[in-house]
Design a protein around this ligand. Structure first.
Ligand SMILES: *[C@@H]1O[C@H](CO)[C@@H](O)[C@H](O)[C@H]1NC(C)=O
Ligand SMILES: *[C@@H]1O[C@H](CO)[C@@H](O)[C@H](O)[C@H]1NC(C)=O
Length: 339
């Protein structure tokens, strides 16, 4: 059992509380947009939409497990910037979000396009790209060992995408700054420590960690919070500078999981051992609340708490500034608005 009361809340209670908050807000402000469980089935517009998505993700996952990490990154790049409106998928506009520096190396677009093509042939003009992204990410995460959680649907797609609005923080950010960022999106410290756990899998470019390895915050020294042996290993993979034209090497965010792409508690164990790859991950060790959560999730028995918390936080993230009803549209092609 978890020691943190707020972690062990049953999933269903958390969902009930979320809808309660919506209800209370309704008294004062105009009603919050509502998503529904199995929206396309309930409205009888595309009864098997969720099965089509799952089938496509499964086919893809069999040949490329990295899809889970890619979709998890894609969905946070979308939701944290202008809300969960699938603006990250747009190719149009002078400079769409996906061209921002922070979004370099983003992947997962191909599977979304594939799913959209299938759904347009089955139920034309019905299922939004934003919902596809949420359903596909849930399914891919589940295939990698995360719990299956309910994805509420009925989102509409946004109409514009602008790289200038991308304010995703640097991966070397302090825990305090990271928390400010999450809180500005209505997420709390538990959501932050949990969602960063998505770094249990996937890869990152050396350019995101060379500062930690060689010259941390301009001190001329490496990040003192990084274990020295681990630092030397990482230095072997990441040279201090890449010359022009030389490629920026990729390293696993969690060498314990590596190419296996599975959800494990090892991400949190590595933080306790000062072997986190990204600066922001290692920072979880230094806040009182984040340290407590890390301790809990690092414990083998805490894996269940992490999995449950992951489901709750993904649900909360999936509600950031959503468009519903006659806001936005249902794109026919996820890369372009319909006009
Ligand atoms: C470390 O970074 C600072 C600030 O960017 C720079 O002035 C300094 O020359 C760097 N030191 C080394 C050893 O590269
Ligand atoms: C991946 O899984 C295989 C089989 O379970 C295991 O032998 C291997 O050590 C794992 N690799 C990593 C990097 O964990």
């Amino acid at each position: 059992m978890g020691r943190l009361v707020f972690v062990v809340f049953p999933l269903i209670v958390a969902f009930a509380m979320l809808s309660l908050c919506h209800g209370m807000a309704a008294a004062a402000a105009p009603p919050k947009p509502k998503l529904q469980w199995h929206y396309y089935q309930v409205h009888n517009t595309c009864r098997d939409a969720e099965q089509y998505v799952r089938h496509e993700v499964k086919m893809f996952w069999k040949s490329d497990k990295s899809i889970t990490a890619k979709l998890l990154r894609l969905i946070s790049s979308d939701c944290f910037v202008t809300g969960c409106d699938a603006s990250i998928l747009l190719d149009e506009g002078p400079k769409p979000e996906k061209t921002a520096l922070q979004n370099r190396g983003l992947g997962g677009f191909v599977i979304i396009d594939k799913i959209k093509t299938v759904l347009e042939s089955r139920c034309p003009g019905i299922v939004s790209c934003s919902d596809i992204l949420h359903l596909a990410t849930r399914d891919a995460a589940k295939m990698a060992g995360a719990p299956g959680y309910p994805v509420f649907t009925g989102r509409k797609d946004g109409m514009k995408s602008d790289a200038a609005l991308v304010d995703l923080p640097s991966p070397s950010i302090s825990w305090q700054k990271a928390l400010e960022y999450f809180e500005s999106r209505g997420l709390d410290v538990l959501d932050m420590a949990t969602l960063l756990g998505a770094h249990t899998m996937g890869r990152t470019h050396c350019s995101h960690i060379v500062d930690r390895l060689y010259n941390y915050s301009g001190t001329g020294n490496p990040d003192p919070s990084m274990d020295a042996t681990f630092r030397d290993t990482m230095r072997g993979l990441c040279p201090p500078k890449t010359k022009k034209g030389q490629h920026d090497p990729l390293v696993f965010l969690n060498p314990n999981s590596g190419s296996n792409y599975t959800f494990r508690e090892s991400y949190y164990k590595r933080i306790l051992h000062r072997e986190a790859v990204l600066g922001v991950d290692q920072q979880l060790l230094f806040g009182d609340a984040t340290k407590e959560i890390t301790d809990e999730f690092a414990d083998a028995a805490g894996l269940e708490d992490f999995r449950r918390s992951f489901a709750q936080s993904m649900f909360k993230m999936g509600n950031i500034k959503i468009l519903t009803g006659n806001q936005g549209e249902i794109r026919r092609n996820c890369r372009f608005t319909n006009k």
